[in-house]
Design a binder for this molecule. Structure first.
Ligand code: UGY
Ligand code: MN
Length: 250
C-alpha cells in the first residue's frame, strides 16, 4: 500500500492469454470451505484458465478443505508454516515444502499448526481408459532432486509428481542461478499457473519482457510465448503447474 501523497502504479497485467499479478493489490476473498481464512483466487475460468489456483493464508488454528466430488483433484503445497493434513480420516504433518495430490474421490482437510501459506491447485481430473487413477500422493520438495535442465548446470528442475500416465498434471519447481535463463522462448499448448517462490528476474510473456519477483503469480494460457531470465542477487525459484499426459481433442 502507498501513502496518500504517493502515485499509484502497478505491474499487474491481464491479457486474453496471460496475466501477471503482484501480491500487492490483490485483496483476499472469503471462501466457505476455508472459514475466516484469507484466500486469493489467482487463476480461474473467469480469467481464461482451465484450472483454479489459490493462495491460502492460514492463521494457526484455522483450516479448511473439501469433500470428495469425484471430479476435481487438488494439489496442495506448503509455502511456509506447517499444517496437519487429513485425507479420508488419516492425518499427517506437512512442513515447508511439503505437498500432496488429493484424488477426486478423497475428502481432505488442512489445519494450520502455525501461521501458514499454502498454494492450492484444483483441476478436473481426466480419466484415461484402461489406466487406474492415482491415489493420494504425498511428498517433500526438499527430497526431490533438481535435475540439470537441458545441459545448463545453473537451471535445475524438480518434478514433484511422477511423470506417468495416471497423472494428468505436472507440478514442478524451477531454480535458476543468477544470470541463467530458459534456453529459448517456448510456445506450447499446455497452460501454466506459476507462483514465484524466491528471487527476481525477467519473464517474457507473449512479446514483452516483464520484471517479476517473489510472491508474483503468472497465468500462461495455451500457446503463450514464454521465457525467463534470472537476475539476482539470489537464485530464482518458481513453482508451476502444467497439464500433461492427455490427448488434446478437436
Ligand atoms: O515445463 C515448461 O513448460 C517450462 N519450461 N516452462 C516455463 O518454465 N515457463
Ligand atoms: Mn512452459
Amino acid at each position: 500500500m502507498r501513502a496518500q501523497n504517493q502515485l499509484l502504479h502497478s505491474r499487474a497485467r491481464v491479457r486474453p492469454r496471460y496475466a501477471l499479478f503482484p501480491l500487492e493489490g490483490y485483496p483476499p476473498s472469503r471462501l466457505p470451505t476455508w472459514p475466516g481464512v484469507e484466500a486469493r483466487v489467482l487463476a480461474s475460468p473467469a480469467l481464461g484458465a482451465a484450472f483454479v489456483e489459490e493462495l491460502i493464508d492460514l492463521k494457526k488454528g484455522q483450516g479448511g478443505g473439501t469433500e470428495a466430488d469425484g471430479r476435481v483433484e487438488t494439489f496442495l503445497h506448503v509455502i511456509s508454516g506447517s499444517i496437519e493434513l487429513t485425507v479420508d480420516g488419516r492425518t499427517q504433518p506437512l512442513g515447508p515444502g511439503g505437498y500432496c495430490l488429493v484424488p477426486p474421490a478423497a475428502d481432505y482437510t488442512a489445519a494450520g499448526t502455525s501461521d501458514s501459506r499454502l498454494i492450492l491447485l484444483k483441476k478436473v481430473y481426466e480419466p484415461l481408459p484402461g489406466v487406474t487413477p492415482p491415489g493420494l500422493f504425498v511428498g517433500d520438495a526438499a527430497k526431490v532432486p533438481g535435475e540439470v535442465y537441458m545441459g545448463d548446470q545453473g537451471a535445475r528442475l524438480q518434478t514433484l509428481i511422477p511423470d506417468e500416465l495416471p497423472y494428468d498434471l505436472a507440478m514442478n519447481i524451477f531454480t535458476f542461478e543468477t544470470g541463467h535463463s530458459l534456453p529459448y522462448v517456448e510456445t506450447h499448448v499446455m497452460e501454466h499457473g506459476l507462483w514465484f517462490l524466491q528471487g527476481k528476474g525477467l519473464y517474457y510473456l507473449d512479446d514483452t519482457w516483464m520484471e517479476v519477483e517473489k510472491d508474483d503469480f503468472i497465468w500462461m494460457g495455451p500457446y503463450v510465448p514464454q521465457s525467463f531470465y534470472a537476475t539476482g542477487p539470489v537464485a530464482s525459484k518458481y513453482l508451476y503447474y502444467k497439464n500433461v499426459n492427455r490427448e488434446i481433442h478437436p
